[in-house]
Structures are given as structure tokens and as C-alpha cells.
Unconditional design. Structure first.
Length: 339
């Protein structure tokens, strides 16, 4: 900094003000300082500035799994939104949804340079008495069942599921089977509970729950089981990847989609339009979810307050060719059915 000041013919204090973005520096002095910085290859020490200001412009993210497409897209959205605010992201994947793993993740963050944490996991893991949140670190949670201790943003899991199940019932299916995500997933539990509640409200039979692990392979294995159920004419899957495996299993066992079995997914990943047939699915707005989670953390950092209530990001059912009334072969469906 002294070298820059000497070359620019200004004081070290002026160099510091330019480096820190102050607007009180004369423009002619600012330009001389910037030119000297460029000539000498000077870079402000962001770590030292962070220690001096007490902020690191970094958000930590704790996420349960990177194997599901949904979590990867949430992470991408968080990183994009953070970058727009000139924040970096530090990722800590948690290998298992246990108090020990979550406690370890927050312990590591308490020893790291982060200003806030976004937790993409069930709030019950955060509320355990054994989990200690880092002091002065703000937390946002992607779980609609989190309490008022955090900034809470989540996809409207319940309404998205209701739309999917009601769509199938309105087509004339007597009931809807559910291929759920893993039991430890809070999103999978919310969707399974909403599926069951929707069938109960419609006074329909509730079939046995079938679990996958978010992967297409698990959807295929579950699909072989569902294909053997003669009364299964409609399936709501908890994500699109499992729906892909389900479609393969139904095709291999001679069950036509949607003539014999209608299938609805959840997420609306870009590939769903290329499934065979193109998949009816619930669209999640991952970009908005990530942006609101980042905004929730930053709002708490700037105001040290939590806005009451939960922010739910709306979903939208996208109807394509994988759903139809029961027993309607593809050639007999009305024109324009693909939606």
C-alpha cells in the first residue's frame, strides 16, 4: 500500500479509501491510485479486510445430498444468487441425516469464515439440543416446518403434490400410487404426507407406499414392483429421475404409458420433455428458491431480525403426454392432449 501511495503521489489513507470503495476520494486521485495498483500488481487483501470489518462475504451451505437433481439445482441457484450479491459460497455436504453429522457441520462452520448458513434439510435436525448453531451466524432453512428462529423458504410441496394427485383423480383414476423419495428426506416426507392427505380427503383407497432413493435406478426397481400391481393405473413420483426409471420398467413389462398407467413427476427438469412419453410433472422454481434463501440470510445479517411466517415458492403442474384417463390408448386421446 505504501508503494502504491508513493507511485500515485497520495497518502496511504487515500489508497485505503480507494481499495475499500469509499466515495469521498477525488476522482483524479482515484484514477491515479487505480493506475498505480495496476502498474504494481496490487490486490487488496480481502481476508484482512474481512477481519477488520467483522464480515467475510461468504455463505455456508449445508445440504444432505448431491445425488438428487433437485438439490443440485437448489445449490446452483444459491450460488448464483450469492454471486449477484458479491458473496461466495462454502459447501458442506452431509453424508447422513443424523444429529452427529449436522452437529459436525455446524462445528466446522463455527471455525470457518462464514457470515451466514443456509440449511437445505429438515428443521428437526437443527432443533436438536445437541446441535449448537455458531454465534453471530445467521441461518436460513429450506423447510416449511422450521420454526420462527430462522428465515424459512421452501417450495410449496403440499400444493404441488395436491395438484398432481388431483389431476390424476380428475382424469378418472380410482386412486393414485406413490413412489416416494428416501424416508430421511424432509421433502420426500412432505410430498408423501400431502399425497396421503389428498387421497383421504377424496375418500379414495390409499395404496402402500413405495420408496426410492431419488435415482432413476431406484425408480426402475420400484417400477417393476408397481407393474405387477394390476390395480395400479396412476403413479405420482416424488421426482423426475425416479419417474424416468419407472417409465423404463413399465415399458419393459408391457404396461403402456399412459394407456395402462399414467405417471406424474416432480421438479420439471429440462430432460422431461424428452422422456418417452414426455412427462407430466410439477415444476419447481429453483432460481426463486435459491434467491429467497440468500435474501433471507442477508436480511438477517443487515437487520438482525427475522420476518415472521414462511415464504412458500409456488409450484405449477405441467401437463404432457404421460397422463390420460384410465384405459385410453395413445391413439384415442383427443387432439392437443400433450399440453
Amino acid at each position: 500500500m505504501s508503494d502504491v501511495a508513493m507511485l500515485a503521489g497520495v497518502s496511504a489513507q487515500t489508497v485505503s479509501r480507494v481499495a475499500n470503495g469509499h466515495t469521498t476520494v477525488k476522482e483524479s486521485n482515484r484514477q491515479r491510485v487505480l493506475a498505480a495498483m495496476k502498474q504494481l500488481g496490487y490486490r487488496p487483501n480481502s481476508a484482512a479486510r474481512a477481519l477488520r470489518r467483522g464480515e467475510f462475504r461468504t455463505i455456508g451451505v449445508i445440504i444432505l445430498s448431491l445425488s438428487s437433481t433437485g438439490n443440485v439445482r437448489i445449490l446452483e441457484a444459491i450460488a448464483t444468487a450469492a454471486a449477484r450479491e458479491s458473496y461466495a459460497v462454502t459447501l458442506l455436504p452431509v453424508s447422513a441425516p443424523t444429529e452427529r453429522e449436522v452437529r459436525g457441520a455446524f462445528t466446522r462452520f463455527s471455525e470457518s469464515a462464514v457470515d451466514g448458513v443456509i440449511a437445505v434439510m429438515g428443521a428437526e435436525l437443527l432443533d436438536s439440543p445437541t446441535v449448537s448453531l455458531p454465534p453471530n451466524v445467521q441461518v436460513a432453512v429450506s423447510d416449511a416446518h422450521a420454526g420462527d428462529r430462522y428465515s424459512v423458504v421452501d417450495t410449496d410441496q403440499v400444493n404441488g403434490t395436491r395438484e398432481a394427485v388431483r389431476h390424476l383423480l380428475d382424469l378418472g383414476h380410482r386412486t393414485v400410487w406413490h413412489l416416494a423419495g428416501p424416508e430421511e428426506s424432509f421433502a420426500a416426507r412432505r410430498r408423501a404426507a400431502a399425497w396421503q392427505a389428498t387421497l383421504a380427503e377424496a375418500e379414495r383407497e390409499i395404496p402402500p407406499l413405495v420408496h426410492g432413493d431419488w435415482s432413476a435406478e431406484s425408480g426402475y426397481r420400484a417400477g417393476l414392483r408397481l407393474a405387477a400391481e394390476s390395480g395400479c393405473t396412476a403413479v405420482f413420483t416424488a421426482n423426475d429421475q425416479m419417474a424416468l426409471g419407472l417409465l423404463r420398467a413399465l415399458n419393459e413389462t408391457g404396461r403402456e404409458v399412459p394407456g395402462d398407467v399414467s405417471v406424474v413427476g416432480f421438479d420439471d427438469i429440462p430432460e422431461t420433455v424428452s422422456f418417452l412419453p414426455p412427462l407430466t410433472t410439477v415444476r419447481q422454481d429453483f432460481a426463486t428458491l435459491g434467491r429467497l434463501l440468500v435474501e433471507g440470510v442477508l436480511r438477517r445479517l443487515r437487520t438482525d431480525s427475522v420476518e415472521p411466517g414462511i415464504t412458500l415458492v409456488p409450484t405449477h403442474l405441467v401437463v404432457r403426454a404421460s397422463t390420460a384417463p384410465p384405459g385410453v390408448p395413445e391413439g384415442a386421446r383427443p387432439a392437443g392432449w400433450h399440453g
